[in-house]
Design a protein around this ligand. Structure first.
Ligand code: ARG
Length: 313
């Protein structure tokens, strides 16, 4: 009787393993399962060990659903995520074909890496996710009122840390410069002679632009606008993060180009998920989910899917 149960457990585990790899057909799965049945019957000890392992796995996945009852902002079971969807491939307005199983509200069909990451975090900590697309400079002030967290390619800075909690860093970044395809602008010095450098209000790119050439800095609400102004000749350059710069260069291929940020004298940056300061329970839960995702390969596969394989829509 007991042996029978153990056999079922083992066959079940084997089946699950094969399904996860997605390679073998079900025929070979059941053949292998049959072989396992014999092995399990013969070696009771081995089977017992497997049962224990199975029990441990179950316990681990159960404890992964986090207790958020003491979270000031997430105890209602909903995590509202603020972002500015003019930042491909991290967040941008998609065509609606990307759907995310844990996201229950997403008016503008926003998609991208940050959206997928927050969907996954929501699933792991046991909350549903709502997406709120807003102006970048309104995001930090809205934390704790309109939104619970911000996942928007936001650079961790000392100044921001005074008003928000940041998760552990999740992505290394640098600023870059977008210029017209035929432009001779190549260095920081060249930017000193520009008459219009487009930036998005409230970004680290804006801080850099003002440091180089305050008089020429033109701050707008969206990167789509700043880049359109470059394409139309209103701006000489746009300062923004490297990966989005490359995404825009692809969208306007032949018209604009992204300079290599590592050749410019800009600081290295890291993105973090921003949260209100008065919720350590949320901070721990999000950091826990993030580190689990990194450990089990989910994080890397999202990078692959949304960043490495991004192609402009
Ligand atoms: N990393 C830069 C910053 O934190 C730019 C982020 C802009 N993000 C966006 N979704 N528009 O200031």
């Amino acid at each position: 009787m007991k042996k029978r149960v153990l056999t079922v457990v083992m066959a079940g585990l084997l089946g699950a393993g094969l399904a996860a790899c997605g390679s073998s057909s079900s025929t070979s799965a059941s053949t292998e399962a049959a072989a396992t049945t014999e092995a399990a019957a013969a070696t009771t000890e081995a089977a017992a060990a497997t049962t224990e392992a199975a029990a441990t796995t179950e316990a681990a996945s159960e404890s992964a659903s986090v207790d958020l009852s003491q979270s000031k902002y997430l105890s209602d079971g909903v995590m509202t995520v603020g972002l500015n969807a003019t930042f491909p491939p991290f967040e941008y307005v998609g065509d609606g074909t990307d759907t995310f199983d844990d996201i229950t509200a997403n008016e503008g069909n926003v998609t991208g890496f940050d959206v997928a990451m927050m969907n996954e975090i929501g699933k792991r900590i046991g909350v549903s996710v709502e997406i709120e697309d807003m102006d970048f400079d309104g995001i930090i002030p809205a934390l704790g009122s309109k939104i619970d967290v911000a996942a928007t390619g936001m650079t961790i800075t000392d100044e921001r840390k005074e008003s928000v909690n940041f998760s552990d860093p999740y992505y290394d970044a640098t600023q870059s410069v977008l210029v017209k395809a035929d432009s001779t602008i190549a260095t920081e010095d060249d930017l000193k002679n520009c008459s219009a450098i487009g930036v998005q209000g409230g970004t680290t790119g804006e801080t850099i632009a003002r440091g180089i050439n305050d008089a020429a800095t033109v701050s707008v609400k969206s990167f789509n606008q700043a880049v359109a102004d470059l394409v139309n000749g209103k701006n000489d350059a746009v300062i923004l993060d490297q990966v989005p710069a490359e995404a825009f260069a692809e969208s306007y291929s032949g018209q604009i180009k992204a300079l290599d940020g590592s050749q410019l004298n800009f600081d290295v940056e890291q993105y973090g998920i921003a949260m209100p300061k008065d919720d350590e329970v949320m901070l721990d839960a999000i950091n826990g989910a993030l580190s689990d995702m990194k450990a089990d390969g989910t994080y890397d596969s999202l990078v692959e899917q949304y960043i490495s394989n991004y192609s402009a829509e």
